[in-house]
Design a protein around this ligand. Structure first.
Ligand code: C5P
Length: 210
C-alpha cells in the first residue's frame, strides 16, 4: 500500500507522514530531501542551482551520504532545492529512485509513505491514499519561525514569510510536475488544526482504504 502526502513548504507533511509510517509500520521517504541533497551539493561546489547541465549531472550521480547533513534543513538549501526542482532533467533523474522505494518496501514493512510535491500526481499516481496538506502562508511561516528560533536561537518572521511565499510561487508555477493536488486527493487544511487532529483524520482515511 502506498500513501502519498503532498503540499507546500512547512504545511506539516513531514510530521504527518512520519507518524503515519510509524503507526502502520510502513517505510517512509522524504522526497524533498533528495532535491535538497542535489541543491546542497551544488551550493558546496559553488555552482548556480539553476545551471541545467550541472544540476543534471549532480542529480545523476548523487551521493546519498549527504542526506544526513544538518545543512540540508537550512532555508537557503530549501530555496536552492526549489530551483533545481524546476529542472526537468533533475526530476527525471530522481524519479526512478522514488518509484522503486515506493514499490519495493523492505519485507518487514507493510507499505510506504512518501511526502513531497508531486507524489500523488507524478511519482505514485496509483497510490491507495493521497492527502494534500495545506495551511495559510502566514501560519506556515509562524510554525517555521518557532521551529527555527528553537533550533538556532533566532529567526526573522518577515524573512521566513517571504521565503515561504517565493518557494510556493516557484513550486506551483514550474512547468514540470507543479505543486497541485491530485484529482482524487483528500485536502487537509491544517491552519486551525493541531498535529493530533490532522493525524486522526489521516489515520481514518488510510483505514478506510485498507
Ligand atoms: O519538502 P521540502 O521543503 O524539503 O522540499 C524542498 C524543495 O524540493 C521544494 O520546495 C520543492 O521545490 C522540491 N520538491 C519537489 N518535489 C518533491 C519534493 C520536493 O519539487 N516531490
Amino acid at each position: 500500500m502506498i500513501i502519498a502526502i503532498d503540499g507546500p513548504a512547512a504545511a506539516g507533511k513531514g510530521t504527518l507522514a512520519k507518524r503515519l509510517a510509524k503507526h502502520f509500520n510502513f517505510s517512509y521517504l522524504d522526497t524533498g530531501a533528495l532535491y535538497r541533497a542535489v541543491a546542497l551539493t551544488m551550493l558546496r561546489a559553488k555552482h548556480n542551482p539553476s545551471d541545467i547541465a550541472l544540476a543534471a549531472q549532480v542529480s545523476a550521480h548523487l551521493d546519498l551520504d549527504i542526506l544526513s547533513d544538518p545543512d540540508l534543513r537550512r532555508e537557503e538549501t530549501g530555496q536552492a532545492a526549489s530551483q533545481v526542482a524546476a529542472i526537468p532533467e533533475v526530476r527525471a533523474n530522481l524519479l526512478n529512485f522514488q518509484r522503486q522505494f515506493a514499490s519495493r518496501p523492505p519485507e518487514d514493512k507493510a507499505g510506504a509513505v512518501l511526502d513531497g510535491r508531486d507524489i500523488g500526481t507524478v511519482v505514485c499516481p496509483t497510490a491507495a491514499v493521497k492527502i494534500f496538506v495545506t495551511a495559510s502562508a502566514e501560519e506556515r511561516a509562524k510554525r517555521r519561525f518557532h521551529e527555527q528560533k528553537e533550533r538556532v536561537g533566532h529567526a526573522d518572521y518577515d524573512e521566513i514569510l517571504a521565503d515561504v511565499v517565493s518557494r510556493d510561487d516557484r513550486d506551483m508555477n514550474r512547468s514540470d510536475a507543479p505543486l497541485k493536488p491530485a484529482e482524487n486527493a483528500h485536502l487537509l487544511d491544517t491552519t486551525k488544526l493541531d498535529i493530533d487532529a490532522v493525524f486522526d483524520v489521516a489515520v481514518k482515511l488510510v483505514q478506510s482504504a485498507q
